[in-house]
Write a protein that binds this ligand. Structure first.
Ligand code: SAM
Length: 273
């Protein structure tokens, strides 16, 4: 079906095929009211691939020749909205309640498990570089390869760095000049201090060690309860005893996981088993 402005809308049957595919590959559940979102995100790809409609595009991305297009389609389905120092209370808690427990000679390991374009992990890194007295490691992952590559580069328009405290902006960021005028780049010291890689929360995790603190913010909302429970189990297995978990403020683990106890809104601690 085609609307007046030529944006194709998938039929119910076509939508269900994509819904299943997205759930199988990413774990993300797209409810029926997200038909327009699917269409908006993918219709340019239909055009680029000369597909007559969603059915034809679906068959293409399922074929061996369509493998790379399948990755593109799945990336377009992810929502990557993020910003620096989002949910400030987590950064306050990190400084005031978590870091004072770590001393020189100890190793503090943090994982930003849905790191998007890097604003979240670089915010964490600024706080750690400024306030952490011990050695720290920050691993950052996302299923979307494109945002992971953007995060590694660490360049942001000036309009997107307003939430960075001025002293951190001066210390950790460089203003762009020439063709980069209007942009800001996270400095090399900070970029080299964090490790970015792709990781799908819906699959078994690689050997990345265990963490004292995990940021799993604003990503659980995209999953159904069964998948949330499985992801939280895998996350719990990657955490050190007494480790801290931050989720988004609209996310709750109530009735989803018994492996964590609430400490404050959107802040949990790993329980013993
Ligand atoms: C809304 S952003 C949240 C970014 C950041 N955590 C924050 O709170 O600002 C959600 C991120 O989760 C990622 N994501 C979605 N499904 C995922 C999956 N199955 N595995 C890993 N990351 C996923 C998306 O690519 C996106 O970058």
């Amino acid at each position: 079906m085609t609307t007046e402005n030529a944006t194709p809308i998938p039929s119910d049957k076509e939508f269900q095929l994509f819904q299943q595919l997205i759930q199988d590959k990413l774990g993300i559940f797209l409810p029926a009211q997200k038909k327009a979102l699917l269409s908006n995100r993918l219709w340019k790809r239909l055009q680029a691939c000369d597909a007559k409609g969603f059915g034809e595009y679906y068959r293409f991305i399922q074929s061996p020749q369509g493998r790379s297009e399948l990755s593109t389609a799945l990336e377009l389905i992810t929502t990557n909205e993020t910003y620096f120092f989002r949910e400030q209370k987590h950064f306050d808690y990190l400084q005031e309640e978590v870091l004072p427990n770590y001393r020189l000679g100890q190793n503090f390991r943090v994982w930003s498990a849905a790191s998007s374009t890097g604003e979240e992990p670089y915010s964490i890194a600024m706080v750690l570089q400024d306030r952490c007295n011990c050695d720290w490691e920050l691993l950052c992952s996302d299923v979307n390869r494109t945002v992971v590559e953007q995060a590694k580069i660490g360049i942001y328009p000036e309009t997107r760095v307003r939430n960075i405290p001025p002293q951190y902006l001066r210390r950790f960021c460089r203003k762009g000049v020439g063709p980069q005028a209007g942009n800001v780049r996270v400095n090399a010291e900070l970029r080299q201090a964090v490790q970015f890689f792709t990781l799908n929360l819906h699959e078994d995790f690689p050997d990345i060690g265990k963490f004292d603190l995990v940021f799993l913010r604003n990503v659980l909302i995209y999953f159904e309860n069964d998948n949330k429970t499985k992801i939280l189990d895998r996350i719990a297995d990657k955490m050190l005893p007494g480790g801290t978990l931050f989720v988004g403020h609209s996310e709750s683990l109530h009735g989803i996981s018994s492996r964590f106890v609430p400490v404050k809104p959107a802040i949990y601690r790993l329980t013993g088993r």
